[in-house]
Design a protein around this ligand. Structure first.
Ligand code: IYR
Length: 221
């Protein structure tokens, strides 16, 4: 079938099997060192690094290539404070009645609570918004597989943060509608995740976790 669509040759170079195995194993080990961190340093991280990390995330595949995401990068102290205040208000309610006993028990090993100082300490708060539909000059358009697309972009974002030698926290204040208000986002954008990014605090500690082994994660057919 001939169409008027424009296609260009794919540029990717095939690796020899030894190099392939080496790179796959090395990257697995590197990614296995990624940890979610809750104690941040206030050390400066250049805007250009954050730009590269976000634009890496934005290479993610998306439904019909709509790229249905916006990454809001916040370094302004007043906005960070406003986000912290609003998040702590919701989290206080979550930890004092809105979360089930089972949920609180599942969270106990992580020693989280309603206080979120990292929302002011971390040099950058990245608020990822999903675009449930497109909106341009008042015209609505359809987006597809929005949660899948933004979830993949978020995974690539977290990977890019780790690759830059920085740490991140996938934070889920709930409900998150205050983020759209504080950041003055348009009606088609819904907050997806709030991710502080920076250096870990000098004394940062992480829970002693293990990851599931291959036989619990992979089914071969
Ligand atoms: N949103 C709360 C609670 C919380 C929920 C899950 I699931 C976690 O893995 C961690 C925390 C908070 O951010 O504290």
């Amino acid at each position: 079938m001939s169409t008027d669509n424009k296609f260009i040759p794919l540029t990717i170079h095939e690796l020899d099997p030894t190099t392939m195995q080496h790179k796959a194993s090395e990257f697995r080990s590197f990614m296995d060192m990624r940890r979610t961190v809750r104690q941040f340093s206030d050390k400066h991280v250049p805007k250009s690094v954050i730009t590269d990390i976000i634009m890496t995330a934005s290479t993610a595949p998306s439904g019909a290539h709509k790229q249905p995401w916006t990454f809001c990068a916040v370094s302004d102290d007043d906005i960070k404070k406003a986000i912290r205040t609003a998040a702590e208000k919701e989290e206080y309610e979550n930890y004092h009645g809105r979360m089930t006993e089972e949920w609180l028990k599942d969270l106990a090993p992580f020693e989280t609570d309603w206080k979120k100082p990292f929302l002011e300490t971390a040099p950058w708060l990245i608020v990822i918004f999903k675009k449930s539909y497109g909106l341009s000059n008042g015209q609505r358009s359809k987006n597809y597989y929005v949660n899948e697309s933004v979830g993949i972009a978020t995974g690539m974002f977290i990977t890019a943060v780790h690759n830059a030698g920085l740490v991140a926290l996938t934070h889920t204040p709930s409900p998150m509608n205050f983020l759209g208000k504080i950041l003055n986002r348009p009606a088609n954008e819904t907050p997806f995740l709030l991710i502080p990014v920076g250096y870990p605090a000098m004394d940062a500690k992480v829970p002693d976790l293990t990851r599931k082994p291959e036989n619990e994660v992979i089914c071969w057919y």
